[in-house]
Design a protein around this ligand. Structure first.
Ligand code: PBG
Length: 348
């Protein structure tokens, strides 16, 4: 045999820059309320949130997504507080933009945390389904409020028909063409959201979300929704949850070749955490395997509650980026110099 073949095939590299850290924001001061069933995750008031995000930035995290917790006294049937400039999310965005430079802020756009019934849109009286027109208006007002506060991206997750188009129009009309839209395009009616609904106090009071979230047995519909969001003006599209939907991610990447995010959701996080706690596996190795799988399937960005932990494990120094480090050969006790790009340790 004359030809030499390089036996090392190209590998998927996981970088801290692929990761988006989610945060839950509450009203008040010096509040840190642990989220039941999401060990390591807490609802934070704005003062503590800003500090946490500054730390995350120091670890190399560049993008965050915010979820607001609405006090029950401010909830109503139409979720009006969602688009108040006084909402905790709007104020948090302004504070982060003032105090932490170089962080890209994404906000979740959905009414479920703001309606007293806990559904993602405004309901028709009869037969209790989503009333499209007022819902689109409320969602686009919410997006505009966040854009005014300084959000770089808005991420509609209500699964209201044509929500991306309505928000894009509203933002353009009010001179926010630079505020981009991350569509939660293929968001499935999933059992994996349980811990989140507790965190955000956003569980539906009656019924479920199967009227507007996607059926996991219908992959073609998911691809149609993604195509629609791209047409309507999304700058990035998302598949959610991630781990049970790697086929959808792969199909979306192959079919559309468009910026693609995946949401490694609360239930997926809880599985890893509880399994590690009970000695079923090593948390760090499990997290790497999962995140690499999601990236391998085609995700350009991964929203994950593990983001800051991963950044710590990688020991990323925000000031020195860009080289590849072989994570697998990382010496215990020795601080790696630069972990901007990581060979995730399949050989570890
Ligand atoms: C709001 C929203 C949900 C999640 C993100 N945005 C919950 C839901 O649809 O019920 C879930 C995220 C997670 O589980 O981590 N609609």
């Amino acid at each position: 045999m004359m030809t030499k073949i390089n036996s090392r095939s190209p590998q998927v590299l996981l970088s801290v820059r692929d990761l988006i850290m989610p945060y839950f924001v509450v009203e008040g001061n010096r509040k840190k309320e642990p989220v039941k069933n999401m060990p390591g995750i807490a609802r934070l008031s704005i003062d503590l949130l800003v500090k946490e995000i500054a730390k995350a930035k120091g670890l190399g995290i560049r993008e965050v997504i915010l979820f607001g917790i609405c006090p029950s006294r401010k909830k109503n049937a139409t979720g009006d507080h969602a688009y108040s400039a006084e909402s905790v999310v709007a104020r948090a965005v302004t504070a982060i933009k003032q105090k932490v430079k170089g962080i890209s802020v994404i906000t979740d756009i959905c009414l479920c945390a703001y309606t007293d019934h806990g559904h993602c849109g405004i309901l028709k009286k009869n037969p209790g389904t989503i009333d499209s027109r007022p819902t689109l208006e409320a969602l686009s007002e919410m997006a505009l409020t966040h854009a005014r506060a300084g959000a770089d991206w808005v991420a509609p997750s209500a699964m209201a028909h044509q929500q991306v188009r309505a928000i894009r129009r509203k933002l353009d009309r009010h001179s926010y063409p630079e505020t981009r839209i991350l569509g939660y395009s293929a968001k499935f009616a999933s059992n994996f959201y349980g811990p989140f609904r507790d965190a955000a106090a956003s569980a539906p009071k009656f019924g479920d979300r199967s009227a507007y979230q996607l059926n996991y047995a219908d992959p073609r519909r998911a691809l149609r929704e993604i195509a629609e969001d791209i047409r309507e003006g999304a700058a990035m599209v998302m598949v959610k949850p991630a781990l049970s939907y790697l086929d959808i991610l792969k199909d979306a990447k192959t079919r559309f070749d468009f910026p693609l995010a995946a949401y490694n959701v609360s239930g997926e996080y809880a599985l890893v955490k509880y399994g590690a706690r009970d000695g079923l596996w090593n948390e760090r190795k499990m997290v790497f395997e999962i995140l690499v799988s999601i990236k391998r399937a085609g995700a350009d960005r991964i929203i994950t509650y593990h983001a800051t932990d991963v950044a710590k494990w990688l020991g990323v120094n925000a000031r020195s980026r860009g080289r590849t480090l072989d994570f697998g050969r990382d010496q215990p006790g020795k601080q790696p110099r630069d972990l901007g790009l990581i060979d995730h340790g399949l050989r570890s």
